[in-house]
Every structure is written in C-alpha cells, then in structure tokens.
Design a protein around this ligand. Structure first.
Ligand SMILES: [Zn+2]
Length: 589
C-alpha cells in the first residue's frame, strides 16, 4: 500500500506537546526522584543484598519512565527546531533532565564506592545477574569520579556550558538555507539536499554544491571556532579533573575496549589506506578524469543515476530483511505501517538520519532525509537495522537496553549488506551492478578509512588545544593534513574543504564515536562472511547477539555469533574482503 503521509506519528507517544498526560508525567518526576533520594541517600553502603536489589529495580523503573517524555521532546525538536512550542518543551525537558540526574547521581556514585567484597557478594546472588554488567560498567569509572557535590555542580553548570554550545551548534547548522543556480534558475536547498548533489552526474554541480555548503559554514567561522575550542577546552578540563591519561580514554572505558585495541584497529586501517587510493584512481578512470577531486568521490558511475521512489525503496528494504528472516521483515515493515518514520528533508529539521530507541516498552522511531538516491536507499536499510536492533533488545530491561557503542552499528551495517547483496544478486545489467559495487566500496571506505581520519583529527584537536586557543587556520591545517594521509596523491581536495571539520556533529555530540563505525564495519564484514559460509545455522547466534542489547561486553556479545575480536588477524580480514570487492569491480570496469 503506497504511503502518502511521510511524517512520523508522535501521537503514538503523547497526543500533543500540551497534553495533560505529558504534563502529569513531567510533573511527577520531581516527587518520584525526591522520594528515591529520601529512601537511599547515604544508605546504599548499608543495604543488604535484597534491599540493594530492590533499590536497583526502583532506579531502573525511574529511568524507564523518564525516557519516554524526554525522547518525545527530542523527536519533536528534531523534526522542527524552529517551532517555539517544541523548542520550549525541549528546553524544559533538558533542564528538568539535568536537575533529575543531579539528584540521582549519588546512587551511581554509591554503587561505584561499594567495597569489592560487598560487591562480589551481591553479584553472587542469582537475581542480581542482570545487573552485573551494568554495575561493572559503572565501577570502571571509579578512579575518574569526583565527590557527589562536585559532580552535581559540574552537571549543573554543563547546561549553560558545554550543552549550551552543543545546542548552538545544532541550531545554527539547522538554520542554513542555501541558494544555488541549477538548470538555469536559482534554487533553494537545505544542507542535506545540497550534500546529496555530491551524487549528481555533473562535475560542476558537485563542485559548486560542496563549495557552497562548506563556505556557508566558513561564513560562520567565528561561531564554529568558539564551539570547537570550547568543546575541546571543556573536555581537557574534565580530563585533568578526573585524571584521564588521554582524550580518548573515557570513550574507550565506556566502550569496554582497551586503548591498545583501539590503536591497533586504527593502525591496521591506516596500513590499508592503499586500497582506498587504488579505488580512487580506478574511479577517476571510470569517470574519464585524470584525478578525482574530493567532491567527485561519490559521483555516479552510470550516465543516468537511478532515482528510487520512497515506496519502492521501502519495499526493497523490507524484502531484503524478509529474505533473511520473515520476522525481521515484519519488524522493519512496522516502522512504515505504524508511521514511526519522518521521511523528507525540511528547513528546521535536523540533518542526517537517526534511530531513537526509547525503552523496552516503547517502540523506537526513525528520522530520515530522503532524497531518492541509492545512498538514501541504503540509509533506510541502515536506520531500520538500528530500529530492528532496538526492537529485539527490548527483551532486556532498561539498564541493559542500549547496545554498547561499538556494537551499536552492527544491525544497521548488516542490514545494508543484506540490501546490497540482494540487489547485486537480482541485477543483470552490468552498469547497475557497477553502481552497486561502487556504492558498497565507497560506503566501506567512508565507515572505515574516513572514520579513522576523523578520529586522528579529533585526537590532534584535543591535544593541540591544550597549548591554547586554536585559530580556524590552525584547525583547518590539522584537518587537511590528516585527510591527505588517506588521499595521498590520488585525490585533490577542493579549496573550501578547509571547512570540512566544521559540520561533523559527532565531534560535538559524542566524542570519539567515529572509530565505532570502523569497529562495526569490520565486525559486520566478518559476520556477513560467516553468514555466507554457514547459511541458516548462523542465524540463531546473530539473533542472540542483537537480543543481548547492552547486557554484555562487546567481546562477549560478538562471541554469541561465533566471532573472536581478540585474534590478531581479525581486523585485516575485513580489508581483505574489501580488496576482493575492488578486484570484482576491476573485472566489470
Ligand atoms: Zn548508524
């Protein structure tokens, strides 16, 4: 059945932003949280095992209950950040959330402080099994945590500090409209629409679109400079206060991946940069160019790029999940039939795409900015993969619901592989096959090599900010240097690319997230090869991996599907697979 209403139905959560249900819920939190504080403040160390278990249940129920209205406010704001009602609600929730988490903070801190014998005895209780991973995760931060009143003060000042800069970054970036000449007339574009022109057949349009997008950010260089400098300074102060040895360490502890393993992942990736350069030269040849510019990396290799109507795209995605497992197909289809997806780009709507998992009881939502390209089609497979993961991990309770960061991209990237494989298998036209292969290779390059460039840039940014304020010239220089390690002499960077760092929201929203994409891509390439070799016998383990949510460490979760991430050649296998795809392409090209 064709879908005509392509906005999401947030009424599935609350009837309206001013509805009494929502108001009642928000108003109840202060009371509930105060009651919790009265019951347990300064008492956690003296609770017996049963009472501690009851406290954890209560804490989890609170977290569960708070997630729904806060996520609702975030969804409204993401769909239309210019709407004053949504803005006000989102701001209110952000202030309330900050105040509640300050009041609840003592609980995490007291759990962290439990002495080891006490903690071990609690963990031996069978009913506590579901909290062990959560508790161990918290206790890893013990050496880096301050006293309760200090932590509360920091959380409180964040609202006008780092979180205010984050919000400024979001609002400024979402407010841009762009005007560019196309087909003889001046046209208006959102940032997303402009970036999708990097897939246009005309080299001139690709160049102008990327230049206009980046120069617009450059015009606001004063703001981006303040945001990036303050973000790095804030993090630097945090590292000092909390005695971290490097900027990336808190992320690695949270990810439960040792620093050396992350460094190994990145250096294996860097050792394979030659594969990307090989591909860029091959692609320049296919496009009849001497050398690619970085605005040409995603240029279509076919004369006419195929546009995918949204309903057709949905059907392709649902079918590819359906082929793998009919239940996966049903879960994915429900996003569209329940209208839990916001599809089209608009001014004021946040860019990119995301999936929001709310809690084990509330269905997840997806945001897209669909512009009919093959890449957008892959994004649907990607975000519905996240959605599927969120639905399957609803088996877990709230504190184990969210997958650990390095595994958060597993189902999404696996979903993209299912779509590509299905399309490649059903396609006989060599030109379309060539396009599909290029898209997949470019995607792997973007999620592995490019993310490593981003992480290296991020590391240097934090490091060099320690010696003082960074000018935009200086940030741009670091940016271009790190990029040229990947591109070498195979790609020429356009002049406006000096602003390429300014729009990447991961740097602002979730520090050092980028290497998680590399981790996930290589893990998925390994999973997918296993699936191709083992067929149906692979499926129960993979399903178990997704259902386990955040209840286990990344290494233990991967083991459910028979993958050992600690073997020395594990990462290289993914790149060998990529090398194979490039060879396959050379034969058709
Ligand atoms: Zn993703």
């Amino acid at each position: 059945m064709p879908r005509t209403d392509l906005t999401w139905n947030t009424a599935l959560l609350y009837p309206a932003p001013d509805s009494p249900e929502l108001e009642e819920e928000l108003a109840s939190f202060e009371k509930l949280v105060s009651a919790f504080r009265r019951s347990y403040f300064e008492k956690v160390a003296n609770l017996d095992d049963r009472a501690l278990l009851a406290a954890l249940h209560e804490y989890e129920a609170l977290q569960n209950r708070m997630s729904k209205p806060f996520c609702y406010a975030h969804l409204l704001f993401a769909a239309d950040s210019a709407n004053p009602i949504y803005r006000a609600l989102n701001q209110r929730c952000s202030e309330l959330g900050s105040s509640l988490s300050q009041q609840l903070l003592f609980f995490d801190l007291d759990l962290m402080d439990l002495d080891d014998d006490r903690f071990d005895s609690f963990c031996r209780m069978p009913e506590a099994a579901c909290y062990v991973h959560f508790l161990k995760g918290i206790r890893k931060f013990r050496p880096h945590t301050l006293k309760e009143n200090e932590e509360r003060l920091l959380t409180r000042k964040e609202l006008t500090g780092i979180r205010a800069f984050t919000k400024l970054f979001d609002e400024l970036s979402a407010s841009f409209c762009y005007t560019m000449e196309m087909d003889g007339s001046m046209k208006e574009f959102t940032g997303e629409e402009l970036l999708s022109l990097l897939h246009h057949t005309s080299a001139d349009i690709r160049f102008r679109a990327m230049t206009l997008f980046l120069e617009k950010h450059g015009e606001n260089g004063i703001v981006y400079n303040a945001v990036f400098n303050n973000m790095a300074l804030d993090h630097g102060q945090d590292m000092e206060l909390r005695s971290y040895s490097s900027a990336i360490q808190p992320t690695n502890i949270g990810n439960e991946i040792p620093d050396e393993a992350v460094e190994h992942l990145m250096s294996v990736t860097e050792a394979n940069y030659g594969l990307a350069r090989d591909y860029f030269r091959l692609k320049a040849g296919m496009l009849g160019m001497d050398k690619l510019r970085n605005c040409d990396v995603y240029a279509p290799v076919a004369e006419v790029e195929r546009a995918y109507d949204f309903n057709e795209a949905c059907a392709l995605v649902v079918d590819s999940y359906n082929d793998y497992d009919p239940e996966f197909g049903r879960i994915v289809d429900a996003f569209f039939s329940d209208r839990r997806v916001d599809v089209l780009p608009r001014t004021g709507k946040s860019g990119g795409a995301f999936a929001m998992g709310i809690s084990p009881e509330v269905p997840p939502f997806l945001l897209l900015n669909y512009t009919r390209t093959l890449r957008d089609l892959a994004t649907i497979a990607h975000e519905t993969g996240h959605g599927l993961h969120f639905v399957l991990s609803q088996k877990q309770t709230m504190l184990n619901y969210h997958a650990p960061l390095p595994l958060a991209e597993t189902a999404s990237v696996f979903g993209e592989m299912l779509l590509t494989r299905r399309m490649l298998d059903n396609e006989t036209d060599p030109i379309v096959r060539k396009s599909l292969l290029c898209a997949k290779i470019e995607d792997i390059i973007a999620t592995t090599f490019r993310q490593t460039v981003l992480t290296r840039f991020e590391l240097r940014l934090h490091n060099e900010r320690k010696s003082g304020l960074l000018s935009n010239d200086c940030i741009s220089e670091i940016w271009l240097e790190e990029n040229s390690k990947l591109f070498g002499d195979s790609v020429e960077m356009i002049p406006a690319y000096r602003w390429g760092w300014s729009y990447i929201s991961h740097f602002i929203h979730s520090r050092f997230y980028c290497y998680s994409y590399t981790f996930a891509e290589l893990l998925v390439l390994a999973l997918f090869q296993k699936y191709r070799q083992e067929g149906d016998s692979f499926k129960p383990g993979y399903r178990e991996l997704l259902e386990s949510g955040g209840s286990l460490s990344p290494a233990d979760t991967a083991r459910l599907a028979g993958i050992d991430i600690n073997t020395a050649d594990f990462w290289q296998k993914g790149y060998d697979f990529l090398g194979g795809l490039i060879e396959e392409l050379k034969e058709i090209a």
